[in-house]
Every structure is written in C-alpha cells, then in structure tokens.
Design a protein around this ligand. Sequence first.
Ligand SMILES: *Cc1c(COP(=O)(O)O)cnc(C)c1O
Length: 487
Amino acid sequence: MVTVEDWTAVRDALQQYLATAQDHSGPVIQQPPIAELASSLAVDEWILRGELRGSALAQFLRTYLGASTRLHHAGYMAHQVAIPEPLAAVGALVEAITNNVGNLYEMGPAATTIEFALLNWMLRKVGWKAMPAPGVASHGEDARIIGGGTFTNGGSLANLTALFAARSRVSPHAWRAGIPHHLVVIVPESAHYSIARAVDLLGLGQDSMVAPPTTPDGRIRPDALGPLIQELWCQGREILAVVATAGATGSGLFDDLEAIGSVCQETATWLHVDGAHGASALLSDVHRHLLAGVVRADSLTWDAHKMLRTPALCTALLVRDHRVLDAAFHQDASYLFHDKDQPGVDFLHRTLECTRSGVGLRLFLALAAHGERGIAGYIDRQVALAKEAGAYLASTPGITLAVEPEFNIVCFRVEGNDGLQLEIRRRLLVHGDHYVTTTRLRGQRWLRLALMSPATEIDDIRRLVIECLEHRSAILTDETVALVDVR
Ligand SMILES: *Cc1c(COP(=O)(O)O)cnc(C)c1O
C-alpha cells in the first residue's frame, strides 16, 4: 500500500527537486564520495529494517534527490539523455504499477496498442509503410512492402537487433551453423561504440569491421563506398551491412543517407541507420532534410529518450520490410507464438527481450502533452540554440569551434592541450554550475555540449565559456597542475 501521506511525500519531494533545478538554486551536478552517500541514504539499514514510509520516506527522498544530477537545470549540457516531460514520467509510473508487458498483447492490451500505433506513426515519418492491424483489411492500391518494428530497451540493443536481422538475411544458416568467416560490416570510426559491441556479440570479431573512407569531420564518403564494396567482394568478403549515423555521438553530424542509400540499393547491401539521437529530426519541417534518403535504408534505430522528452529507456527499432525482423529469431517458443486467433499483436518474435515493460506509454504521454508540433518546436529551438552557440564560440578569442553544429551538439576547445580540456571539465563539475562532457574528434580532445535542456539559453552558454576561460587562467598559473596531453 502507498498511503496518501506517502504519495504526498513523493510529490512534494519531486516538485522541490524540479524547482531547485529550474531556478538554479541547486547545482546541476555534485558527486559526494559513494561511501558517504550510502551512509546518508542509510541504504543498508533500510534493506534490513523495511518500513520506509511517511516522514522517513520524505527524508530519504530529500537525500536521494539532493544527490541526483539535475537534468532540468539550464547548466545541463552533458549526455544525450532526454529532459523528461513530467507527464511522460507519470507514464513510467503507470507502467510500473500495472507491470504490463509491451511485447505480448494478452499481458498488456493497452500497452501493446499504444506501441503498435507509435511504431506506425514512426514508420510513416520515415516514409515506410505502416503495419495493418490484425483483422483490418488494408485498403487501396499501396503495394509497398510493409514495414515493421518493435520497442527495445535502448539504442544499443536496437543496433544489435538490427545487425542480427541483417545477419540472418545475409547468412540465413548462421542460426544453426554459426557465422561464416568472410562477413564484414562497414562501420565508420565515428559510429557509436554499441555498434562495435554488437559486432562482437554477433561473433564476428573486431577484425570484421571495415572503416570506410570518411571526410575530415568523420562522415562516410559515399563516392568511396561503392569502390570499397567492390573491392571487398573481389577479396571474397560478403557485406553484412553498412552502418551510417544520423546524428553522430561525438559531433552530432549526419551522414549523407541519400547518397549512401543509393549505393546500398545498387549493391543490394543492408543499410542500417543509427538514428538513436538524430532520427527525431524527422518531426521537424526545418531539419527533416538531415535524414533525406533514410527511406532507402533497411533498418533504423530511433531513441525516444534522447530528443523526444521521454524518460529512458524507450527506443524504436524500425525496418522497411517487417519480414526481415520476423525471420531473424527462430527459437521455438511455441507457447507464446502459436497461431492463436487473438485480437491484438505481439512483438515477442521480433526482439531479444522477453519481459519488457510497455515503454511506449511514456513516449505517447510526451507527445500527448505537447503534441507532435510542440515536440518539433522543442527540437527546432535546441538546434537554433546550438547554431547560435556555434557562432558565438567561433567568434570568441581563445576558443576553437570543432565543426559548425548541424543538430544540438556543439564541440569546442579552449586554447591549450588535451589535458587542459579534461582539467577544465573536471573543475566545471566540481564547481557544479555547468555539466559538460568531452569527446575525441580529428585526433584531439574537445569539450562537448549536448543541448538537451529546454531551459538552457545562450546566456548560460556565455557564462559557461567565461567560466572555462577563468579555469584556464587558474590552471595555467597553478604550478601543482601538470597537464599531460592524455588521449
Ligand atoms: C545514444 C546513442 C546510442 C546508444 O543508445 P542507448 O539508448 O544509450 O543504448 C547509439 N547510437 C547513437 C548514435 C547514440 O546517440
């Protein structure tokens, strides 16, 4: 039982947390030593004693939220994690209390219905054909291949699932016989590390990853892709997939999907687009062009918990042809898959996961709170802010902008070596007004901003830059700091 007093404690604590994030009265980040925090949270005591309720619960939540990173803070410019719409978070609570399963209609008719509708909404945004509901005759002359998809717990798992589906198309016997050794995956160095892990997990080994020629800012060179594929064929290799990125993790830049897609179509090569971060640009009239050509891809990873104001985790894996995903998993789980005459749909046969909560509800509530246009407006705002920040950084003495931002990620360096960038970040985090990350691009370390927060304004970025320059002066005059040019 959760009593009225408990609910009130939770609500008050969360409201207080959001308020201190939004009015800057608390730091964006603070990291007490873990032993100290475990003791002030009384973790071990509560595990033993139980009965954490009422005023004790309120006290616990104050401590817990006090030591939680504040994503709703204007100084939050760090990892690409959504600043969740609170109503969407209520969706997560409803999911948890019902504990219905999004993969199995009988274990969550409402959850599954919402996910089915959202997947179709996303398929249409890509330009792929939506899935007809069972029992609903599809009308009209639309003879396109029917798309498919499933929600997964995160983009990393969606990438793995996409490459797994590609493997089963290219090498259908791998399921029984194991993988042949001549398979390669074309992956640029700018790809997210989950791709390398997926390649590993599929049993291909890192040597099977071939990096295509790229532009200096890390984009695949489509003109070099065709010749590379030909060359690999001549060597007797078979190409499992080309992986392109829509919104690279480091730089936020988009690959030219139109040109890459056309090479892949001509060579009948599977194109997987990792749009975990950037596929949300499909909602925006202004920025949709960044994904032009995505319709030519075979599979797309799209995280809602990045740019769609949705609490983590909530990812859609979409495929142009539903059959490739349906055929990928061959296990016999007949107690679940029997041809039952059921009123809804299951996603169980399309995913690695068995029990999976109905995460679609949180995306649905984020959309239902703001409307599709409202979320698109948020995306447009963040990109406009990134471009404004880029122009400001490029014109600031002592600062170098890495690349003109294309989406909501901005990378820059303060004059000095790699060690200086890392030391500046360390000091920013200790100070607690701004939270940023770093990344490696073109062989150097850069400070990196992911402008996720709708609260961040250009003045916050100006203040951040001033603080960076102050830290630089302090570091350079501090003789106890040795700046190693670490990589
Ligand atoms: C975030 C991200 C991922 C990983 O997604 P998770 O949901 O964190 O597992 C993969 N690829 C890209 C391009 C990303 O931005």
